[in-house]
Design a protein around this ligand. Structure first.
Ligand SMILES: CC(C)(COP(=O)(O)OP(=O)(O)OC[C@H]1O[C@@H](n2cnc3c(N)ncnc32)[C@H](O)[C@@H]1OP(=O)(O)O)[C@@H](O)C(=O)NCCC(=O)NCCS
Length: 163
């Protein structure tokens, strides 16, 4: 019923509109957005889900970041249209994109979000990984796509190189 595909350049503003609908106004003031400024997302991991009529139902994007000196992926934003929430679409995009990331050789993924939701995918609180303030440290979560990928990785989260 839903078709998952890599986001294209033509999708960009439609995805932005979905994010505007799903998040509180001022979402771009969040500290996670400072990490995305001037940095391209990872195209192979930015996905859309469209229904049989081609209507955008959900989207997910990923950005490269650094944790200390170590490269990592920042998952998000992920959003599901309000009329489609609770049907498993968020889970579908998160699982699909994490599997794509694993196959592409990425080792570690982090996000800022609700542990009760992301815990089901294997995300756990990251100790010593510091998002720019103001971020509740309990919401800084990570998953190792390669066993042990987060071992010894800590420090401030900063922007990856521009481009
Ligand atoms: C959060 C979001 C991506 C989840 O996608 P979804 O397709 O609605 O959710 P799924 O169908 O995959 O999962 C539904 C389950 O997650 C739970 N859930 C959804 N959001 C949750 C949250 N913030 N905290 C805890 N549980 C949550 C639901 O209660 C439901 O639980 P159940 O399986 O026990 O019934 C989506 O609801 C959304 O876009 N919300 C608004 C934007 C947002 O908050 N994005 C995430 C930023 S961290």
């Amino acid at each position: 019923m839903f078709r998952v595909a890599e986001e294209t350049a033509e999708d960009w503003w439609e995805v932005e509109a979905l994010y505007d609908l799903c998040f509180a106004p001022g979402r771009s003031a969040l500290s996670s957005y400072r990490l995305r400024e001037g940095v391209d997302p990872v195209p192979a991991l930015c996905l859309t889900a469209r229904d049989g009529d081609g209507i955008l139902a959900a989207a997910i994007r990923y950005w490269p970041v650094l944790v200390g000196d170590a490269p990592a992926l920042l998952l998000g934003p992920v959003a599901v249209h309000p009329t489609r929430q609770g049907e498993g679409l968020g889970a579908l995009l998160i699982r699909d994109s994490l599997e794509r990331a694993r196959l592409l050789g990425f080792g570690r993924v982090m996000l800022v979000g609700d542990a009760p939701y992301y815990g089901r995918f294997g995300f756990e609180k990251l100790e010593g990984v510091e998002m720019p303030p103001p971020t509740n440290p309990d919401r800084v979560l990570g998953i190792a796509l390669v066993p042990g990928a987060w071992d010894g990785v800590a420090g401030p989260v900063t922007r990856a190189a521009e481009g």
